[in-house]
Design a binder for this molecule. Structure first.
Ligand SMILES: Cc1cc2nc3c(=O)[nH]c(=O)nc-3n(C[C@H](O)[C@H](O)[C@H](O)COP(=O)(O)O)c2cc1C
Length: 394
């Protein structure tokens, strides 16, 4: 060993495996779900394979596929991924098996976009797509929500769901869970954040129902809990379930509400709360968790700005949490874990910028002796590169 680095002196938290039910994540780095707007009628394209397999090659422990709709109206855009048919599940199998071959764990986020559905991809403005507009393959559709309240000016008004439709949606989530298992996913995340359908039921702003799915917090939580219960029964017992919350949304849902929800989710068999924030309205959604000041929409969020939510939920609901949001370097991630603020580190944009982030983090934290974590197809050449003095790392 001649790279001038004293590797493996001690095992860092970021590279400690984590056992969740019957599976073991090889490390604590998670690819946060990232919509790619590259599916056709909900069927994964080669983009999904290329995109997700990259992070498995890069040493990410748990690779989450993007928000995947449980029914056609649940897609954010007509180009979003779906899992309401067997064909859609089948198309994901090569991706899950490749991720496993690389020693990573494949995860799927199941979702329903509710009143934020039927939009164009962000690079085309994220604007509502009308019923007759086929620019994106499938045309747009009438959105559905707990109440007929639009997200903000310029958004379509959704149609309020009936109780019978709500029951059907609960079953759609369960069917999606069954298909996800068949597709080879080993972790399932229920998307309960960012103003999409489940979050909009939780929100007193978006949910103005006066039946048993609305009203006080327990009524507003009913849909989330029914979905979770149905998914837990449909998903194998030995595989874990994550639930993503908007821990605060600055519009009537606060971290205390998320803690109460997390306690109930834990009782239903959820293993990890993934702690995001915001997204319920068009208004500035985030708040700097440390000092409570609202952050301007689109403004720069501080590093690790949502970590305090993961910490509070972990402590007060006594459940494992994933921290996410501007976690960008190895030591920052290590410090979050070693201070007991979260159990997992979700990374989105930094991984898109550098898909080999985990391998580089392992080098920085001296956890990868002789590049052992690299895929063998690359390792020999990376070792040669180091031996020839072309190594510019630590
Ligand atoms: C391109 C893009 C797509 C995203 N898609 C999803 C998604 O499908 N589901 C979700 O829960 N969050 C989604 N997010 C949010 C990320 O998962 C993550 O929480 C957010 O980017 C903050 O983490 P970061 O600072 O590491 O990027 C998306 C973010 C980006 C930038």
């Amino acid at each position: 060993m001649c790279y001038g680095v004293n590797f493996m002196t001690n095992m860092r938290k970021l590279f400690e495996p984590l056992k969740l039910r019957g599976i073991t994540l090889p490390n604590r780095v998670v690819l946060s779900p990232l919509c790619m707007y590259s599916a056709n009628s909900g069927i994964a394209s080669d983009w999904q394979f290329a995109h997700l397999s990259t992070f498995a090659r890069g040493g990410v422990g748990l690779v989450f596929a993007e928000a995947t709709a449980v029914e056609p109206r649940g897609r954010i855009t007509p180009k979003c991924l779906g899992i309401w048919t067997d064909e859609q599940a089948e198309a994901l199998k090569p991706t899950t098996s490749f991720i496993e071959r690389m020693g990573s764990v494949p995860g799927l986020q199941i979702a329903h976009a509710g009143r934020k559905a039927s939009a164009s991809p962000p690079w085309a403005g994220g604007k509502p797509v009308s019923l007759h507009d086929t620019t994106w393959g499938d045309s747009g559709w009438q959105t559905v929500a707990p109440s007929a309240v639009p997200v903000a000016d310029g958004w379509e008004t959704p149609r309020a769901l009936s109780e019978a439709e709500i029951s059907n949606l609960v079953e759609d989530f369960a069917a999606a869970a069954r298909r996800a298992a068949i597709a080879g996913f080993k972790v399932l995340e229920i998307h309960g954040a960012h103003g999409y359908l489940i979050h909009s039921f939780l929100s007193p702003l978006a949910n103005q129902r006066n039946d048993r799915y609305g009203g006080d917090r327990s009524g507003r939580m009913r849909f989330a809990l029914e979905v979770t219960e149905a998914v837990r029964s449909a998903w194998p017992d030995d595989l874990p379930i994550f639930f993503r919350v908007s821990a605060v949304d600055t519009a009537g849902w606060e971290v205390e509400d998320s803690i109460a929800l997390a306690r109930e989710l834990k009782a239903l068999g959820v293993d990890v709360i993934d702690c995001s924030a915001g997204g319920i309205s068009g208004a500035p959604a985030f708040r700097a968790a440390d000092d409570g000041r609202p952050l301007p929409k689109g403004g720069q969020r501080p590093l690790g700005f949502q970590v305090p939510y993961a910490e509070a939920i972990r402590r007060d609901a006594e459940i494992s949490t994933m921290a996410v949001g501007r976690i960008v370097d190895a030591q920052q991630a290590e410090d979050i874990l070693s201070a007991g603020r979260a159990d997992l580190i979700g990374i989105g944009r930094e991984l898109m910028h550098n898909p080999f982030w985990p391998l580089h983090a392992a080098e920085t934290l001296e956890q990868d002796e002789a590049f052992a974590l690299w895929p063998e197809q690359y390792r020999w050449a990376i070792v040669r590169r180091a031996e020839l003095g072309q190594y510019t790392g630590a």
